[in-house]
Structures are given as C-alpha cells and as structure tokens.
Ligand binder design. Structure first.
Ligand code: CMC
Length: 429
C-alpha cells in the first residue's frame, strides 16, 4: 500500500481505496467504486464525513476559524472589496482587473429591473405571507419570465442567468418587503452601488427624497460579502442536487431558498433575534443558559454553534464590528437587546458546557441586531441572506455544470423497512 491509498478489510477481502489530497485541508478517501467492488454502501447521515463534490471556490478550516474565497481571507475581502467584486471572484476564480470590474458592474446593473408583469405576480400572495414564502415562489417563477436563459448546455445562457439572478434578487427581495408592508414598489436606481440600491428600493417612498447613508450602505455591503458563499452547506448542496438533474438555474436557486429558510440554517438570524427579545433582560440569561444545557429541553441558543466552525466564526468577528459601526452611526447607545447579546456571548464563551462542545457565536448572532438597526423586520433577515448567497449558489451550480465528471446526484440508503411480503386485501387486514 502506498501513501496515497487506504486499505479497507471487508468480508475477508482487502480493498485499496485511492486517497486524494486537496490543495489545503483534509484529504478524501475516494469511495466512488466501493459499491462496485464490495457490494456495500457507506452510511453518513448529515454528510458529516462525506465530500459530495470537488470544488475550487471556498475553503473553510472550522478548527482554525478560517474562511477563504478562491484563496482570499474573508476579513480582507470584507475590508477592501465590494460585493460585486466578490461576486466576480466567486464566479470567475480571480479578482477582476479594473476593466473587467467595470464591465461586470455594468452588466449586473443593467439587469436589475424585473419583467413588469412580475409586479402583478406578487399580488397573488397574501400581504401577511412570510417574505421567504414569497421569495420561493417568485424566484422559481423567474424561469417562466426568462426562458432565453434556461438552456443550461449553452455557456452564454448560463452566464446571462447568473448575472440576472445576482442583479434581480435585491429587486425581488425589496418588492417582497414593500408588498408585505403595503408600500409601492420602488424601481432600482442604476447610479447607486449594489447595497445602496437595495436600501433605496427597501426604504424609499415615492413622495419624498431618500438619501442612502454611506455608513449603512457599507454595512449592508459587508453583510452581503460575509454571506456570499460557504462551500457545501445545506442550501448550496440543495442547489447542486437540484441542478444535477439538469433543472434550470432559476428553479435550482428557488430550491436553495427553500432550504435556507430552515431555522438550523439561514432562519437562524431571525430565530436569534426572536430569542434575544424573548430573553429580554440580562438577569434572565442564566435561565436560558440552563435550558440550553438541559438535555431534556429542546431549546438551543440560537446563533451559537456551527456544523463546521469549532472555533470563533471568522464572519462573526467582522459582523460584531459592523454592528457597533451601525449602532454608532444611528446613535443607538442603550439597546437592551445588544446588552443581552453581549452578556450572553460573554457567559457562553466562559461556560464549561459551551467550551467543551466548542459552541461559539456564529454570524447570525450579530447579523440580526445589525439588520434590525438598519430598519428591517425579522421576517426579512433570511431574505437578505438569500440575496447575498445567490452568488455562492450560482457559482457552485456553474462549477458543477462545467465539470465533465458531473452526473445526477443520487444518494443511497440503508433500508430498514419490511422485506418483500404479499398484499393483503382490505377485508382481511
Ligand atoms: N445551544 C445549545 N446546545 C447546542 C447548540 C446550541 N446552539 N448547538 C449544538 N448544541 C449541542 C447539542 O445539543 C449537542 O449536544 P450533545 O453532544 O450533548 O448531544 C452538541 O452541541 C452537538 O450538536 P449537533 O446538533 O450534533 O451539532 P451539528 O453540527 O449537527 O449542529 C447547528 C450545528 C448549527 C445546527 C447547531 O449548533 C444549532 O442548532 N445551532 C443553533 C442554530 C444556529 O445558530 N444556526 C446557524 C448556523 S450558522 C448559519 C448558516 O451557516 O446557516
């Protein structure tokens, strides 16, 4: 056996399995031929030890708290880049030159409007619908409006669909918000940056001038950057799996949105803020910490813990700084929710239970407070996550489609139901 193989003893036979190195990070044991060679499947619910694909886009070292996009650390991108530059990097693999950046910005900006008939599509929803429910429907419906970019075998159409999705998601998200609160839709403004335009579409009204605060626009931009991609998380894996059958990109992104909505994933920022408000005051924190530790209580501290990060989420550090910038700019000094958040973080970081289980605050812990200060209701939090993550989803989808080895995703199972038996007529049951 050489260093690049692993040995598996199974049913009296030895099988050699190829070990493949990554550029950084753990190696993988290639089991693609295992079933053919042994007749057995592997079992890994939740994919805790399984690499579902090969990817060059994002790298996470959860133990060290590192997040790299195409090799660039997230803190450097959040500090020096803007969201559309990060989009370009994720999609094309390199930071753009000035000319490439101008061209990309221009292409995205010229696609920000949505088909006018889409505004009538919104009116089919109840006003009190959760904006994520609206997002699932409207984004899925994009394929009904933009047929000319649904042929996934055409690289040009793939590119157009990618640009359309990045450009139109903020518009659709803002429309979902405006519809929810009963205000008229605001058209995109092409002389504003990506995040500033989004704030404008959400908070402007036709009857008065709205000036975007640059500090808040920068914070929004940073929130978008921090959520842009996160390798093979649940919603991205959903997008890849949906796309593996050849489904069009709009349908795949709608599937990703549906998955993101869950409280263990993108819904956590909404859940974290609801939890902070339920705790209410600092003196009630011990009660909730006690509940989080109680094995018989299903309660969990929302915004704590991560499947991959067993160290401080690097995005949470940047988010914490952004939160303070936003609160400072808006003159919010005594926010009881922030007091609860800071104290909760302090207690959790020094509590044996959280230390032992490596449960650190994740990005959602702070993003909720920031988004609330920016003026968004909690129901919009996951929508904003979806706007930002669209580029990650589409970059991963594009990588998959362009991979010559790509085939339909089709997991196996360990069947534990009844063995074959004869049908019993209803009168005899
Ligand atoms: N509060 C209290 N205990 C926790 C928490 C928490 N937030 N998270 C995990 N644990 C405990 C859990 O009870 C288990 O204990 P035991 O070993 O005694 O059974 C242990 O820690 C391991 O938990 P797990 O559920 O096996 O870990 P996981 O990797 O499957 O779950 C997670 C990761 C994010 C779903 C989970 O930590 C959680 O539910 N956190 C709260 C929700 C949240 O903040 N989600 C946002 C994730 S970041 C945004 C994103 O990427 O979408």
């Amino acid at each position: 056996m050489t260093e690049s193989t692993a040995k598996l003893e199974f049913r009296g036979k030895t099988h050699e399995l190829k070990v493949r190195p990554g550029s950084v990070g753990p190696e993988v044991i290639d089991i693609a031929s295992l079933y053919k060679d042994t007749g057995a499947f592997t079992y890994d619910p939740g994919f805790t030890s399984t690499a579902s694909c090969e990817s060059e886009i994002t790298f996470i070292d959860g133990d060290a708290g590192v997040l790299l996009h195409r090799g660039y650390p997230i803190d450097q991108l959040a500090e020096h880049s803007d969201f559309l530059e990060v989009c370009y990097l994720l999609l094309y693999g390199e930071l753009p030159t000035k000319a490439q950046k101008d061209d990309f910005d221009h292409r995205v900006t010229r696609h920000t409007m949505v088909h006018e008939q889409m505004s009538r599509f919104f009116t089919g929803f109840r006003r009190d619908a959760h904006p994520m429910a609206v997002m699932c429907g409207v984004v899925g419906a994009l394929s009904a409006f933009y047929h000319d970019s649904t042929d996934i075998s055409d690289p040009y159409q793939r590119m157009v669909a990618s640009v359309r999705l990045i450009a139109k998601m903020p518009t659709i998200a803002a429309m979902a918000y405006k519809y929810h609160i009963g205000q008229p839709f605001i058209y995109p403004k092409n002389d504003l940056g990506y995040a500033a335009n989004f704030l404008h579409m959400c908070f402007a009204v036709p009857c008065e001038e709205y000036k975007v605060n640059p500090v808040l626009a920068r914070a929004m931009e940073r929130i978008f950057i921090l959520h842009a991609d996160h390798e093979q998380n649940a919603s991205t894996s959903t997008v890849r799996l949906a796309g593996s059958s050849g489904a069009n990109p709009f349908a795949c992104i709608a599937a990703g949105i549906a998955c993101l909505w869950g409280p263990a994933h993108g819904g956590a920022n909404e859940a974290a803020l609801n939890m902070l408000s339920e705790i209410g005051t600092v003196d009630r924190i011990p009660e909730f910490i006690g509940r989080a530790k109680d094995r018989d209580d299903p309660f969990r501290l929302m915004g704590f813990g991560h499947r991959v990060y067993k160290n401080y989420d690097p995005r949470a550090k940047i988010m914490q700084k952004t939160t303070h910038e936003v609160l400072g700019e808006l003159g919010i000094k005594d926010d009881p929710m922030l007091d609860v958040a800071i104290e909760l973080e302090r207690i959790a970081l020094t509590d044996e239970y959280f230390i032992e289980k490596k449960l650190y605050p994740n990005i959602d812990f702070y993003s909720g407070i920031t988004l609330k200060a920016l003026g968004f209701p909690t129901t919009m939090f996951t929508v904003l996550f979806a706007v930002a993550r669209t580029v990650g989803w589409i970059a991963q989808w594009k990588e998959m489609i362009e991979d010559p080895q790509q085939k339909i995703g089709r997991p196996r199972q360990l069947y534990t139901g009844p063995a074959e038996r004869d049908f019993v007529p209803i009168a005899k049951r």
